[in-house]
Design a binder for this molecule. Structure first.
Ligand code: E4P
Length: 224
């Protein structure tokens, strides 16, 4: 499963990318606004930090506007994936961008139902982003949506080639369940990515190994 980091903070991205564990980055207008920086500058810098897909979201809402803005965003770098919202206009824009002679990869975002995901795939999206945390927040089952979308796409492998990019991830449990269901990718906040490696028994075990090693060195030193 691919792991993307869900942030526009280039400091965090640089640090995490250096581990070799980051396959891509997703941003959205809220995340970029939080940096207080120029949108194009931020996306340009991210594309230089991570060679994998970098999702940059349009802020236009008409199909025409999204197509124009999407082409502009895609011109920043070859690894930009244009993110459009799951609206009729967004799906039409996806169809245009993905279907042009020189196709542009599209991530259809703000997906909250399996029928929406079906339409995103039919529109030619490279990724669909079901927001599981936001569904959980309103008492629905985000992971059930992932199961449905994975099942539907698997039933039509010749025609539905869209990758399921699990989004709005709140913790390691979401990543684990998404991986067990066979989701193609998950995009996770930096803090959650760091939590994936943490285990108290790893820390405790390492401390014990190092203490024993120091003791052995000290007693070897006192014998020589
Ligand atoms: C995905 O691409 C979105 O940026 C993100 O996962 C939204 O998550 P949130 O619900 O935590 O804002």
């Amino acid at each position: 499963m691919q792991l993307f980091v869900d942030t526009a903070d280039t400091g965090q991205i640089a640090e995490l990318a250096a581990t070799g564990l980051v396959d891509g980055v997703t941003t959205n207008p809220s995340l970029v606004a939080r940096t207080g920086r120029d949108f194009r500058d931020v996306i340009t810098e991210i594309t230089q930090l991570v060679p994998g897909p970098v999702s940059a979201e349009v802020t236009e809402t008409s199909c025409e506007g999204m197509v124009t803005q999407g082409r502009e965003l895609a011109s920043i770098a070859g690894n930009v994936v244009v993110k459009v919202p799951l609206t009729w206009e967004g799906l039409q824009a996806c169809h245009v961008l993905a279907g042009q002679d020189d196709p542009i990869d599209v991530n259809v975002t703000l997906c909250f139902s399996a029928t929406q995901a079906l339409l995103a795939a039919k529109a030619g999206a490279r990724f669909v982003s079901p927001f599981i945390g936001r569904l959980d927040d309103i008492g629905q089952n985000g992971m059930a949506l992932i199961r449905d979308v994975v099942d539907i796409y698997r039933s039509y492998p010749r025609t539905l080639k869209t990758e399921v990019l699990v989004a709005s991830v709140r913790g390691p449990g979401h990543v684990l369940e998404a991986a067990k269901l066979g989701a193609d990718a998950a995009t996770v906040p930096p803090g959650v990515l760091r939590q994936l490696v943490a285990h108290p028994l790893t820390d405790k075990g390492l401390a014990a190994f190092l203490a024993d090693w120091e003791k052995a060195k000290a007693s070897a030193g006192s014998r020589s």
